[in-house]
Design a protein around this ligand. Structure first.
Ligand code: IDP
Ligand code: MG
Length: 149
C-alpha cells in the first residue's frame, strides 16, 4: 500500500530532445494538469561530472558514452515538482524508459523517439529524489515553503 505524501518533491529533467522538439510546454502541461506544482526550475548545461553522478547506475554500460553525448547536446531544464506522491505520479505520466514500450498518452510514448532519446527524466524513488534534488538545486533555489498558500 502506498502512503499518501502531499509534500513529496521529485526531480524532472527536460532532456535535449524535449527542447529541440519544442515539447517543453507540452510536458510541463501534463505535470501541471496532474496537480503537480513547480517549486524549482532552471536551465542547465550538465557537466561530465554531474552526469556521471546522476547516471552512476549506467556508467559501466556500453551505451553510456552515447547517453552522455546526448545529454550534453544542449542544455536541459531541471524542474522540481511537488505534490501528493510526486515521484510515482511523475514516473506514471512519463511511461517506461523505452517509448516504444510505453502506452499512448504517456509523455515518452507521445513525444519520445527511442530508448535513449526519451524526452524526460524523473526520479525513481523518494530516496533518489532527495539525492537528485540536492545534486541539481541549492536550498535557496527550491521554493518549497514560500509558495504554499
Ligand atoms: P529511466 O530514465 O527510465 O529511469 P534508466 O535505466 O535510469 O531509465 O536509464 C537512464 C537513461 O539512460 C534513460 O532514460 C535513457 O536516456 C538512457 N538509456 C537507458 N537504457 C538505454 C539503452 O539501452 N540504450 C541507450 N540509452 C539508454
Ligand atoms: Mg532512472
Amino acid at each position: 500500500m502506498q502512503i499518501a505524501n502531499m509534500n513529496e518533491i521529485t526531480l524532472v529533467l527536460l532532456k535535449p530532445d524535449c527542447l529541440a522538439k519544442r515539447h517543453c510546454g507540452d510536458v510541463i502541461k501534463r505535470f501541471e494538469q496532474a496537480g503537480l506544482e513547480i517549486v524549482g526550475c532552471k536551465m542547465m548545461f550538465l557537466s561530465e561530472q554531474l552526469l556521471a553522478e546522476h547516471y552512476a547506475h549506467i556508467l559501466d554500460k556500453p551505451f553510456y558514452p552515447d547517453v552522455q553525448a546526448f545529454m550534453q547536446s544542449s542544455p536541459t531544464i531541471a524542474i522540481a515538482l511537488s505534490g501528493e506522491n510526486a515521484v510515482a505520479l511523475v514516473r506514471e505520466l512519463m511511461g517506461p524508459t523505452d517509448p516504444l514500450k510505453a502506452v499512448p498518452g504517456t509523455i515518452r510514448r507521445d513525444f519520445g523517439e527511442d530508448v535513449k532519446s526519451n524526452i524526460v527524466h524523473g526520479s525513481d524513488s523518494p530516496e533518489n529524489a532527495l539525492a537528485e534534488l540536492k545534486r541539481f538545486f541549492s536550498d535557496d533555489e527550491l521554493f518549497t515553503t514560500s509558495l504554499k498558500r
